[in-house]
Design a protein around this ligand. Structure first.
Ligand SMILES: NC(=O)c1ccc[n+]([C@@H]2O[C@H](COP(=O)([O-])OP(=O)(O)OC[C@H]3O[C@@H](n4cnc5c(N)ncnc54)[C@H](OP(=O)(O)O)[C@@H]3O)[C@@H](O)[C@H]2O)c1
Length: 263
């Protein structure tokens, strides 16, 4: 484990020189923790000594992941909630308060990673009000309200929020009006929160191209077409996303920033 103030030149127990980590071990809430990117993020945080708290909908997937993240301190904490439900934010906050009661100096969590939500295909001809309401709720309203509700906890820890955004909000693609609208809204909402919460809490966004596309998985031609739209000509890997998420969690002089990758 790397402690606050440890120098880049110092060796860790395996004899390697760790890069300098500006903050000590953190307690990080990962929202959408059981997704392909959420799992990779939760694993990387646990591996570097952070205490990870998981939330998503499916209790079985959450329990399995929590057990797999045991790094000698027991399974990770978890809270189940469906972000489409109006009481989801209250449910998550109550769950955190019950398992990790705040003290005068420390809240229930220090940092939040927002990696939640579905990727619904909404063909233009079939677009309905419900599609927009549902994606706005999961991808925008609930995440913003969650950060709002936990802002005092984050402030006690000089905490950070890092959210996974989508490059399609600046270069839209077809059949995803509802999803892209919600991702665009949450990007603006989070940048507004960065202003509201500075200087105690930092809020940054990773705006990514494609790591996985449900339709391209079964269609190599589509995969090739989508990949060549990005300058680097390929899909990304979860590890490449994790690298940027962790860097932004630790970027103590950055807030309101959007770090684009794979666009
Ligand atoms: N993968 C990509 O190529 C890509 C590209 C650009 C942006 N992104 C963004 O990156 C983030 C993660 O993507 P991903 O590919 O890891 O997604 P994913 O594999 O589909 O995982 C989504 C996660 O969100 C949870 N979730 C879905 N609906 C929910 C709801 N109603 N309430 C609570 N939790 C819910 C899922 O849990 P349950 O299974 O329990 O529902 C799961 O943990 C998303 O915000 C996405 O917009 C991804």
């Amino acid at each position: 484990m790397i402690r606050d103030g440890q120098l880049a030149s110092e060796k860790n127990s395996s004899g390697e020189s760790p890069s300098r980590r500006p903050r000590g071990p953190r307690r990080v809430l990962v929202v959408g923790a059981t997704g392909r990117l959420g799992v990779a993020i939760a694993e990387a945080l646990a591996d570097r000594g952070d205490e990870v708290v998981l939330t998503a909908r499916d209790p079985n997937k959450l329990e399995q992941l929590a057990a797999s993240l045991d790094r000698g301190r027991g399974p990770a904490h978890l809270v189940c909630a469906d972000l489409t439900h109006r009481d989801a934010v209250a449910q998550i906050v109550e769950g955190l308060r019950a398992t990790l009661p705040p003290t005068e100096t420390r809240g229930s969590v220090d940092d939040i990673v927002l990696a939640c939500g579905p990727f619904p295909r909404t063909p233009f001809d079939e677009l309905r009000r419900e599609d927009l309401e549902r994606t706005m709720t999961v991808h925008c309203i609930a995440p913003l309200l969650l950060v709002h509700a936990l802002s005092g906890d984050l402030a006690k820890a000089r905490g950070a929020v890092v959210a996974l955004g989508d490059a399609g909000t600046t270069r839209p693609y077809e059949h995803h009006v509802a999803y892209l609208t919600a991702k665009g809204a949450v990007k603006t909402g989070l940048r507004a929160l960065a202003v509201e919460l500075a200087p105690d809490v930092r809020v940054n966004i990773v705006e990514l191209g494609i790591v996985a596309d449900p339709e391209a998985d079964a269609d190599p031609l589509r995969q090739h077409r989508l990949a060549t739209r990005s300058q680097l000509g390929r899909f990304g890997t979860p590890e490449e996303v994790v690298h940027v998420v962790v860097s932004l969690l630790d970027a103590t002089w950055a807030t309101g920033e959007i770090w684009g990758i794979g666009r």
